[in-house]
Design a protein around this ligand. Structure first.
Ligand code: FE2
Ligand code: FE2
Length: 385
């Protein structure tokens, strides 16, 4: 089904690059344009949009005014607010559910990427309990600036692995953590990896990027630990799932980009647990106690206490950080892939399998969380895992 986009701008004429981009996306998007905030109210009241893109200098409303109008009218739509006259690089900040910010000037490709990300967030934004929970968390962790720098360098024409390694090396704290991880038994490299250049060469840039993101979240809080939410356990589990996901993706003959994505999604699939532990430790203690006392599963306890799960919280944050739609989907549905509606063997499948295998001591079983109905639809029986 086509995604519905509303674009609100006061400019009478849209730049050619944007027009061409919207034209090229016609098979996937239905885009409506309107020119003022009052039109926004009329248009958005008429139909539900997946994504609303609005410029802040839209006549009839100012700045937050547009954002607030849109939020009230369509809490279920993702909203991209375009800000003017700021010399900023156009990254997206987590600031309240469903709000993305894009700074002018930007290229058409940047808006296209932002709309695609926002589309992947839409499903999650339909989860009212998740939106409410996120509203209770005053500040979500922001995307590491080092990650942004690495991405920028890797994309630049003169970018090289050596330059990327140089950038990482300047962050002494992150370099030390990266080397510690790469040298841990979990990765199984023979001999000591003593430089970032070597680590980048051994693991590849994409896997290093995944580790930078994970380290940011998994090492931001150390004080609290509960049986169901323990950072050291979570960290080891995440690396194991990432490695398993990567090897399944390799065996399945996925492209290198998808193998890297499987590693990234495996690494971050339980990132929501780290966020909950950091931001809502009392809830984590209550959930852990509930699991112990009632003998129920963690997901049931999370659902009962929070109305949502760590999977959705993690997917929300990673969507805000701009990770790909398939990574966000894999994180959101890693326990119940059948609920995603996606029946293609892909990143979600691989992460679900890897997670179930890790819980099942190397074998994916229904008793250890394997979604047998989903696997059957894909033509994979329990024994195959
Ligand atoms: Fe999980
Ligand atoms: Fe897990």
């Amino acid at each position: 089904m086509k995604k519905k986009i509303l674009y609100v701008a006061d400019e009478p004429k849209m730049p050619g690059g944007l027009r061409r981009m919207f034209r090229s996306m016609r098979p996937e998007w239905k885009v409506d344009f309107c020119g003022s905030a009052s039109d926004v109210l009329v248009e958005t009241a008429k139909e539900a949009y997946d994504v609303v893109v609005a410029e802040v200098n839209t006549p009839g409303a100012e700045g937050e005014g547009v954002a607030e109008h849109l939020r009230r009218l369509h809490p279920g739509s993702a909203r991209i607010i375009v800000l003017d006259h700021l010399e900023w690089d156009g990254i997206i900040e987590p600031r309240g559910p469903g709000h993305f910010f894009l700074f002018k000037p930007f290229e058409a490709e940047k808006l296209k990427a932002a709309i695609s990300r926002a589309c992947s967030m839409r499903t999650l934004l339909g989860d009212q309990a998740l939106v409410e929970l996120i509203s209770r968390i005053d500040s979500l962790p922001s995307i590491p600036s080092l990650y942004e720098e690495v991405v920028r360098e890797a994309r630049s024409q003169e970018g090289s692995l050596a330059k990327v390694a140089d950038i990482i090396s300047k962050d002494v704290g992150m370099s030390a953590k990266l080397l510690q991880v790469v040298n841990s038994a979990l990765f199984g490299f023979s001999g000591q990896v003593s430089s970032i250049v070597r680590a980048v060469n051994l693991l590849g840039l994409e896997n290093i990027k995944a580790l930078i993101l994970s380290l940011k979240v998994f090492t931001s809080s150390h004080t609290k630990s509960f049986p169901c939410y323990s950072l050291p356990t979570l960290w080891e589990h995440s690396i194991s799932v990432a490695m398993t996901a990567r090897s399944i993706a390799t065996q399945e003959g996925f492209s290198q980009a998808m193998i890297d994505e499987a590693f990234m999604a495996g690494m971050l699939h339980d990132v929501g647990k780290a966020v909950l532990l950091d931001k809502l430790p009392d809830e984590c203690r209550n959930i852990s106690e509930m699991v112990k006392e009632k003998g129920c599963g963690l997901l049931d306890a999370e659902q009962a206490r929070l109305g949502t799960t760590h999977a959705r919280v993690g997917a929300y944050l990673m969507g805000m950080w701009g990770l790909s739609e398939s990574t966000v989907e894999a994180i959101a549905f890693h326990h119940f892939p059948g609920r995603s509606g996606n029946e293609k063997f892909g990143i979600l499948t691989v992460v679900h399998l890897a997670n179930a295998m890790e819980h099942g001591g190397g074998k994916a079983k229904k008793s250890e969380g394997l979604d047998a109905g989903y696997m059957e639809k894909l033509g994979i029986s329990e024994g195959d895992g």
